[in-house]
Design a protein around this ligand. Structure first.
Ligand SMILES: [Zn+2]
Length: 282
C-alpha cells in the first residue's frame, strides 16, 4: 500500500510490471521508490546529453525545434525575470536574454551548468535542485520547466516551491510527457518517454491539473499543440508491432519524422499528443 504523492489517497494498484503505483483518484502514476534501481554507470544524462541537438540530422530538423522554442518564448514574453528550471545547456536562458529578460537557470548537472555559463550571465545560474537554489520568495515573473516534472519524486513539494518563488500572478509553464496519449497507450513500457528509472512520475492532463491546483495554482490550462519529439509516435507504432529498436535504428528512422509530422499534428489537434504543455498562474 502506498499513498498518492499528489492527493494522498491510499492505493495498492500497480502498473508497468509493478514498478509504478497508480492512483485512480487523480490518475497519477508514480514509481515505487523502494524498487527504484540505481542508474547504471555511464547511462543517463552526462555531458554528451546536454550537447545533443548539434548532429547533422538535428540540424535538418532545426526549423521544427526553433518553432517549438518560439512557443515557449512567446508564452513568457513580457516577463522581466524568468527562471528555467532544469536549464540544461542554457539554450532557453540564452534566448530569453535575447528577448530582454533577466534569465536565471538551475540544473542538478554540473556539466549542464558549465555549458550554460558560456551562454548566459553565470551569476544567475545555480547548480542543484530547485529547493536547494533557495531563490527569494516572489522573485520571478515566470518559471519554465521543460521535461523536468517526470524526474521529480515529490511533485507537490516541487510545485509548491515553484509557486513560492513566483510573484503574484506569475506564470508557471511545464512540458511533460502525456501518459494518456495514443503513443503511450500503444507502446506501454516501451514508450519513448517511459524512460525508467530516470522518469519516476507519469502524468495525464487530469493528474497534472490536480497537482497544480493542490499546490495553489489557478487558471491551469493544458495545451496539446506540441509537436516536439516527432519521432515518438513512430517508435510507439513500431513497438506495438513488436519491432525492436536499437539506438542505431532510431537514428536511421529520424528522417521519417517528416512523414509523421502531419499525423503528429492531427493527434495534437485531437488532444492526443505525446507531450502536453501546461500553463498556470500563482
Ligand atoms: Zn492521487
Amino acid at each position: 500500500m502506498a499513498h498518492c504523492l499528489i492527493c494522498n489517497s491510499p492505493t495498492d494498484r500497480r502498473r508497468f510490471g509493478g514498478r509504478f503505483f497508480y492512483c485512480p483518484d487523480c490518475d497519477f502514476h508514480f514509481a515505487d521508490r523502494s524498487a527504484l534501481p540505481a542508474p547504471e554507470a555511464g547511462t543517463g544524462y552526462g555531458a554528451d546529453y546536454y550537447k545533443r541537438g548539434s548532429s547533422p540530422l538535428d540540424w535538418m530538423f532545426r526549423v521544427f525545434t526553433v518553432l517549438e522554442q518560439k512557443r515557449i518564448l512567446s508564452a513568457v514574453k513580457g516577463c522581466r525575470r524568468v527562471l528555467d528550471i532544469g536549464c540544461g545547456s542554457g539554450w532557453m536562458a540564452q534566448r530569453l536574454q535575447h528577448q530582454s529578460a533577466e534569465a536565471y537557470g538551475v540544473d542538478t548537472s554540473e556539466a549542464a551548468i558549465a555549458l550554460a555559463a558560456g551562454k548566459v550571465d553565470a551569476s544567475r545560474l545555480r547548480c542543484g535542485t530547485l529547493a536547494s537554489a533557495n531563490f527569494e520568495t516572489g522573485f520571478f515573473d515566470a518559471a519554465v520547466a521543460v521535461h523536468v516534472l517526470e524526474h521529480i519524486e515529490d511533485p507537490v513539494a516541487f510545485a509548491t516551491e515553484a509557486r513560492r518563488i513566483l510573484k503574484e500572478d506569475g506564470i508557471l509553464l511545464l512540458r511533460i510527457p502525456n501518459l494518456a496519449s495514443l503513443e503511450a497507450r500503444l507502446a506501454g513500457e516501451n514508450w519513448y518517454h517511459f524512460d525508467y528509472p530516470f522518469h519516476v512520475a507519469h502524468y495525464s492532463p487530469r493528474a497534472v491539473t490536480r497537482l497544480l491546483q493542490t499546490s495553489g495554482f489557478r487558471d491551469v490550462r493544458i495545451s496539446f499543440a506540441v509537436t516536439e519529439y516527432r519521432q515518438t509516435l513512430l517508435y510507439s507504432m513500431l513497438s506495438a508491432l513488436g519491432v525492436p529498436l536499437p539506438f542505431w535504428m532510431k537514428l536511421t528512422l529520424l528522417p521519417l519524422q517528416v512523414v509523421f509530422m502531419p499525423l503528429s499534428w492531427l493527434l495534437a489537434l485531437s488532444g492526443n499528443s505525446g507531450t502536453i504543455e501546461v500553463v498556470a498562474r500563482k
